[in-house]
Design a protein around this ligand. Sequence first.
Ligand code: GP9
Ligand code: MN
Length: 728
Amino acid sequence: MKNFLKKFWHQTLAPKNWLAQLNTRLGFFTWLVVLFTLKAILAYGADFDWLHVSDPLQVILMLLNPIGFTMILFSLALFIKPKQIYYGALLLIDTAMTTLLYLNVIYFREFSDFMSINTMLGYNTVNQGGKAAGAISFGIHDFLFWIDLVILIGLMIIRKIKFDQRPLKRWQPFKLFTIGVFVLVANMFFADVDRPQLLTRQFDREYMVKYLGIGPFTIYDAINTYQTSQVRKSATPSELTAVQKYIKKNYAAINPEFYGKAKGKNVIVIHLESFQQMSLDLKINGQEVTPFLNSLYHSKSSVSFDNFFNEVGQGKTSDAENMLETSTFGLSQGSLFSKLGDDQTFQAMPAILNQRAGYSSAVFHGNLGTFWNRSTVYKHMGYQNWISGDYFDVTGKKATSWGLKDKLLFQNSIPYLERLQQPFYAKYLTVTNHTPYTLDAQDQDPNFQTSNTGSTLVDNYFITNHYLDQSVKEFFNYLKKSGLYDNTAVVLYGDHYGISNTDAPYLASVLGKNESNWNDLDNANLQRVPLIVHIPGMTNGYIDHTYGGEIDVAPTLEHLLGISTKRYIQFGQDLLSKQHVQIVAFRNKDWITPEYASLSGRIWNTKTNQLIEYPDKKLQAKVNKIQSYVNKKLDMSDNLNQKNLLRFYTPKDFKAVDPSKYDYSKDSTVKRLKKINQELGTKSTSLLSKNGNQSTLSDYITDAPESRDKATDTTRLLPRNADDWSGN
Ligand code: GP9
Ligand code: MN
């Protein structure tokens, strides 16, 4: 290795050899590869924030990832014998790659994201939002991306670099190509070590670039886009008919007792990150983990569900969001938001509520806007405002690596919330209760003593559960004080498990179970998450034992708001309907009902907690029937989403969402909200206007110690993807 590097230096890189090298075919090629690699690293460092690398392997991968792909691509020219074409091809490939790199640099400056094929082809007008033209920002180092090409071509013109007549040695091109392939494969191998399932799970774009580089990312994205477009192209409107027929049969009628119970009220959805049902009513060392959520859970003003399951796949939070907004399932692999979100047709809650009942809409979240492709997806769903971590001060201790701490998110959201026209549909995505559940000592309640299960993760989980509980309580106090409470329905739900099956047995002691006979059904039972619909003024609330899942929330909520759902393509059923079918389909085709569960092909009795090894004929027939119900439901949903069939269907009174109408930059959002309030004048229904244009922020009391901290120039927020818990 040392010898090789020495040789490489003396023969190729040493300044005295520069011109001589550039005058050979091989030397010229080597120089282009080296220079392009340096330019890629320049972009990574100067423009892409070093891709937020967080461990030594990632650093190495980032520095090496341009080499393999560049060698492969550039070496294609080496096979060309005629000298003019050889040099021309090399320069052309280099120019093309430089252009791709530079376009990404410019795009990233505006959108903190990489260019997908859809963006390049202009299908995705969304990201440009009409302002791409004037908004290009140049950096002082930009000339470095082009200077090498200018100098090389200049030297060729003045004949300092002459075309080398001699073609390469017979096997040379093949050898270099192979080395390139070898480097790329090694690159991919180590990427997979550091981030398993990188390709199949479709992490966000920064991930792909960090591990594989701009070139492979673009090619992978192109393949993906092509496949999706083929699937979609082949789809015909008639395929929708089958789905419609299914939906019609699947429809569960409204329950008049609850229909319209929350009509006209604001809706606040609180997405309780990684929060499981088992934490409700749980006592540790004699103390409730979540006393406030428990009080909501048992309130006479709440309809709560204790057999409500998460049904997410690999898209985790984004799958939960997709189900809640659209009542369609996420995908069997990867995240629908990331994979299809760029040009998907949604008929989602924000648009339905807006068009049917005049709701304004906003999402609040402490993590970066591009995570899970939200900045794009929300536009397609018709969200008017997307108030992400990009809006807030996330410096110092204000954030965990997942974003702004929940207490601060709720508090900092008020200036926006109070400017929304009422009724509004506002969603809060909490994030502090996220693995690895580490929380600064200053945020921990000294009066709460967590468990001692033998797993730090589990013990910490209850600490962040408790913090989440306090955050929600502070927010409710504000709602009451500001007067919003009476006119607002609050929906709280957990998105998915917080303790994975690997760690779940550690829960046995706190749940009063036996760790030694922990089984698959125990794991399935833990997939329950809370669903609490709190409607101030309601007095006949109760805990409903219906088996259901996240797919069912949209129709349930819409019916509570007095909005009929018959016309929409929704795979869930109103949980309050007498016709609700109590079969919960998990994303992997497992399922659970009040009587049985099918988990990895084995049947369980959910009442006795027993495995049924040899089901009799009658039971087997029953199980088969349930399984085909589940398969059909998932297949229908997948068919609809993969082929984007909703583009062929416009429900009655529904106006297709035009994503290009939305602009989520902080500046325009602030201006827009102010303008709407001013223009409406006395007709403005926002809390701010109702309050005589006095902010209600002072009604917000938080004990978060960070709320007084001055901004610093450090942040812990790590832009990265879903199940990456590094750097924490
Ligand atoms: C990130 C947050 C967490 O923004 O929503 O996502 P998850 O890791 O739970 O999918
Ligand atoms: Mn989540």
